[in-house]
Write a protein that binds this ligand. Structure first.
Ligand code: HEM
Length: 490
C-alpha cells in the first residue's frame, strides 16, 4: 500500500514536471529537460559556454533550456542580440528574480534591479555623478594615473622575480572604484581590503559557476551548508563595512560639497526631501556594492588577460612599446586623448578584451512583457541569457575570430576601427554603466605599464595556457610573470 502511494506520488510529480516543462507554443526549441534538473546535466557547469555554442549550432541562434522547471532563452550571435537588446530594448531590459545574484542584492541597487523607476533613477544618478566627479575630465585621469604609480612602485620592487599579478591588479582596480565612491583609497596591505578583494573574487566564481547554477535551479538545496552560503555571508560582511564608511560620511559631510559618490547620494536624498523614494539607505548600500563588484574583477581580469597576451606574443608587445615611446616622447605620463595617436596599441587592447570575453554570459536579463525574437514568441518574465562570447568570436564578423590578432581592429590603412560585433560591455539600455571608466582605466594602466616595463613569460613555466576560468567574470588561469624595467625617453 505504502509502496503504491509512493509510486503514485512519484508519477504525479513527474507528470507535473512534464506539464511545467512543456515548451509553450512557438517558444524557442531546445533539448528535452530531465525531471528536477531540467537541462542542467547537459551542460558542463565548470564552463557552459562551449556547450551553449554547440546547442546553438543544433537548435539555432535563439534556443531554450530549462534550469530546473524554469525556462530560459539563450541568445547567440550579433543579429539576435541586436534585435533583442536594441530593437526591442525595453522588452528585454528586465532582471530575473529567484537567482543567487538577485537574492544577494534583494533586487535593489542597479545591476539586479528590475526594469522600472528605481533602476532608471539610480542608473541616471550614478552616470551623472561619475561624470561630475570627473569622468571625461582630467581629474578621473589623475585618479587612475595615481593608482598606476602604486602598481609601478610595486612592480619595480619585484623586477626580475616571477610574480602572480592577480592580487596587484585586483587591488588597483578596486582602489580606483573606492576613491570614486569613498573619496579615499586603501593601502594594498590593509587587512580588510585584502579580505574584501578575496571575497569578491571568490563570489564571482560561485555566482554563475556550478554552485550558483545549482542554487538557481534547485531551491530546496538553498538552505544546505554548500559553497553559495559563503557568497551570502561574504556579501553581508562587505555590506557591513561599506555601511561603516557611509556612517562616517554622514558624520563629516558638508551639504552640497560632495567629496565622492556617497556625499552626492546624501545630497540627493536631502534635495528630494521627505518623499525621497526610490532613494534610501538600502538602495544606496546595494548601489555602492554593485559598483565595487562590477568595477573590480572585470577590469582586473581584462588587464591580466592583456598582460598574458603581451607575454605570449613578445613581437606584438614590442610593436606597442615602439608606438607608445614615439607618441609619448617628451611627456611624463599618457593621457586618454593619446589613444587617437596609438592605433596599434588600441587594437591590441581591444583584441585582448575580445579574446578575454570577461563577462561571457553578460548579466542575466528577463523579459518585461510578452514579446517575440527571431520569429519565436517569448512570454513576460522569461529568463534571458546573452551569450556575449558568441558575438565576440562570430566567424562572419571577424577577420580572425579564433586567434589573437590585432588586425581584427585595424583597417587597410592601419587605422583603428571597432567592428559592431565588439560588445564586451553588452548593448542596449542595460549596457555596462562603467564602460567609459573601464575604457579609460584599461588604456592608461596598460600604456603606462608597457612604457615602463617589459613583460616576460618565465622560462620554467611551460607554454602559456589561455583556457579561461569561468564565473560571472571570466579570468585567465593564475600565471606568473617577470617584469624588466625599460628606459623611458622623456
Ligand atoms: C572591462 C571592464 C568591464 C566589462 C567588460 C563590463 C561588462 C559589463 C557587462 C557585460 C554588463 C551587463 C550588461 C547587460 O546586462 O546587458 C555590465 C553591467 C554593469 N557594469 Fe560593467 N563592465 C566592466 C567594468 C565596469 C566598471 C568599472 C563599472 C563601475 C563603474 C561597471 C559597472 C556596471 C554596472 C553598474 C552594470 C549594471 C548596469 C545595469 O544593469 O543597468 N562595469 N558590465
Amino acid at each position: 500500500m505504502v509502496v503504491s502511494l509512493i509510486l503514485l506520488w512519484i508519477g504525479f510529480c513527474l507528470l507535473l514536471f512534464l506539464i511545467r516543462t512543456r515548451r509553450p507554443k512557438n517558444f524557442p526549441p531546445g533539448p528535452q529537460p530531465f525531471p528536477i534538473f531540467g537541462n542542467l546535466l547537459q551542460l558542463n557547469l565548470e564552463n557552459p559556454v562551449i556547450d551553449l555554442q554547440k546547442l546553438s549550432e543544433r537548435y539555432g541562434k535563439v534556443f531554450s533550456l530549462y534550469f530546473g522547471g524554469r525556462p530560459a532563452v539563450i541568445i547567440t550571435g550579433v543579429e539576435a542580440m541586436r534585435e533583442a537588446l536594441v530593437t526591442k530594448a525595453v522588452d528585454f531590459a528586465g532582471r530575473p528574480d529567484g537567482v543567487l545574484l538577485s537574492h544577494l542584492t534583494q533586487g535593489k541597487g542597479i545591476i539586479m534591479a528590475d526594469y522600472g523607476p528605481g533602476w532608471k533613477e539610480h542608473r541616471r544618478f550614478a552616470l551623472t555623478t561619475l561624470r561630475n566627479l570627473g569622468l571625461g575630465k582630467q581629474s578621473m585621469e589623475e585618479r587612475i594615473l595615481g593608482e598606476v604609480s602604486h602598481i609601478s612602485a610595486h612592480l619595480e620592487k619585484c623586477a626580475g622575480q616571477p610574480i602572480d599579478p592577480q592580487t596587484l591588479f585586483h587591488n588597483a582596480s578596486c582602489d580606483i572604484i573606492c576613491s570614486i565612491m569613498f573619496g579615499s583609497r586603501y593601502e594594498y596591505d590593509h587587512k580588510f581590503f585584502q579580505a574584501m578583494i578575496k571575497m569578491m573574487a571568490d563570489n564571482s566564481k560561485i555566482a554563475n559557476g556550478p554552485w550558483g547554477m545549482i542554487y538557481d535551479t534547485m531551491p530546496l538545496l538553498r538552505y544546505l551548508p554548500l559553497p553559495f552560503q559563503n557568497a551570502l555571508r561574504d556579501y553581508h560582511t562587505i555590506k557591513m563595512h561599506v555601511l561603516d564608511v557611509v556612517n562616517e560620511h554622514r558624520a563629516t559631510h558638508t551639504p552640497k560639497e560632495p567629496r565622492d559618490l556617497i556625499d552626492s547620494y546624501l545630497d540627493e536624498v536631502d534635495k528630494r526631501g521627505k518623499d525621497c523614494a526610490p532613494f534610501d539607505d538600502g538602495q544606496m548600500l546595494t548601489m555602492l556594492l554593485d559598483l565595487l563588484f562590477a568595477g573590480t574583477d572585470t577590469t582586473s581580469n581584462t588587464i591580466r588577460s592583456a598582460v598574458l597576451y603581451f607575454m605570449a606574443y613578445p613581437d606584438i608587445q614590442a610593436k606597442c612599446q615602439q608606438e607608445i615611446d614615439m607618441v609619448l616622447e617628451g611627456k611624463d605620463e599618457p593621457c586618454f586623448e593619446d589613444r587617437h595617436h596609438m592605433p596599434y596599441t588600441q587594437a591590441v587592447i581591444h583584441e585582448s578584451q575580445r579574446s578575454a570575453s570577461t563577462l561571457p554570459l553578460s548579466v542575466f536579463h528577463c523579459t518585461t512583457k510578452d514579446t517575440g525574437l527571431m520569429g519565436y514568441d517569448i512570454p513576460k518574465g522569461t529568463l534571458v541569457i546573452q551569450n556575449l562570447s558568441s558575438a565576440l568570436y562570430e566567424e562572419k564578423h571577424w577577420k580572425s575570430p579564433h586567434s589573437f590578432d590585432p588586425s581584427n581592429f585595424l583597417n587597410e590603412q592601419g587605422q583603428f576601427e571597432k567592428p559592431p560585433a565588439f560588445m564586451p560591455f553588452s548593448i542596449g539600455p542595460r549596457t555596462c554603466l562603467g564602460e567609459g571608466l573601464a575604457r579609460m582605466e584599461l588604456f592608461l594602466i596598460l600604456v603606462t605599464l608597457l612604457r615602463r616595463f617589459q613583460f616576460i613569460w618565465p622560462e620554467d613555466a611551460g607554454e602559456p595556457d589561455f583556457t579561461p576560468v569561468f564565473g560571472v567574470t571570466q579570468a585567465p588561469k593564475p600565471y606568473r610573470m617577470v617584469v624588466k624595467l625599460r628606459e623611458i625617453m622623456t
